[in-house]
Design a binder for this molecule. Structure first.
Ligand SMILES: [Zn+2]
Length: 266
């Protein structure tokens, strides 16, 4: 997998240089736990990465930033969207489910950098076993594979596209599976909302494509369970590209923050 990534980076850098552009840095959005050194992927079960130091494996001639894809998605909301609140939760999904916690305009990372693992918040304490070692985690009810399974579908290359296509056509099994996933998301988010009191919850990344079928039950569950007034839930307008935009803009912002450091390398 890292060999494929290196090959892709080589191709993109060559393309950029062919157009007379100069790559200023490399940012990698990962669906998994990233250490606070911003280069080590501690655990990304869906990629098969475990204590993987991307800094040692990828080309060393570009400054590297590795972060969780939900974190990059949240940064994209902060940097690129007008009117984004300074306190919000950004929930996104690829195969798993991740979240970013934004407090006072900055990411809450936690001691080791692992904050926001919403996918492993228990929804039912006696539920099915999860790869993390827990039982009944949110991912077991609202992850793409779990939803496909609940709808009686085989995994496809484009899981979200398959689910959204079927749901749009009125497939009742898929709609029910997505409703149940929305309920599970609402249960897990209740804990986060009660604990952190954010101004809003934003559904981003691939989850945004399923929002029409997830949102009604998610909102209902969250409103029913939260202690205070219902927390608004919105859908990212950046869509599935959000995390990638956040990654790319993190490089641009590093240049703007310290142009002299870049000039030295050029
Ligand atoms: Zn888990």
């Amino acid at each position: 997998m890292t060999a494929e990534l290196t090959e892709l980076i080589g191709r993109v850098v060559a393309e950029a240089e062919g157009e007379g552009l100069w790559p200023a840095g490399l940012a990698v959005a990962v669906p998994g736990l990233v250490a606070r050194d911003a280069r080590t992927v501690v655990r990304a079960p869906n990629l098969g990465w475990h204590d993987t130091d991307l800094g040692a494996l990828l080309p060393a001639d570009l400054p590297l930033t590795v972060d969780n894809e939900a974190n990059f998605g949240a940064l994209a909301e902060l940097w690129l969207e007008d009117g984004t609140p300074r306190d919000f939760l950004h929930v996104s999904a690829e195969i798993g489910i991740g979240a970013a916690v934004v407090v006072d305009g900055g990411l809450l990372r936690g001691t080791r950098g692992f904050a926001g693992e919403l996918g492993h918040v228990p929804v039912r304490p006696d539920g099915p076993a999860c790869a993390c070692g827990g039982l009944g985690c949110l991912e077991q009810y609202a992850g793409e594979e779990a939803v496909l399974r609940a709808a009686g579908l085989e995994p496809d290359e484009d899981r979200v596209g398959l689910l959204a296509g079927r749901a749009a056509k009125g497939d009742e099994d898929v709609r029910r599976a997505l409703r149940d996933a929305g309920t599970a998301l609402g249960v897990a988010l209740t804990g986060a909302v009660n604990l952190l009191d954010p101004q809003s919850v934003v559904l981003g990344g691939e989850l945004s494509g399923l929002a029409p079928w997830l949102l009604p039950s998610l909102r209902e569950e969250l409103a029913r369970r939260t202690a205070g007034p219902a927390c608004p839930v919105s859908v990212s307008r950046l869509g599935p590209e959000g995390p990638l935009l956040g990654a790319a803009h993190s490089v641009v912002r590093a240049v703007l923050d310290d142009p002299a450091a870049v000039a030295e390398r050029a």
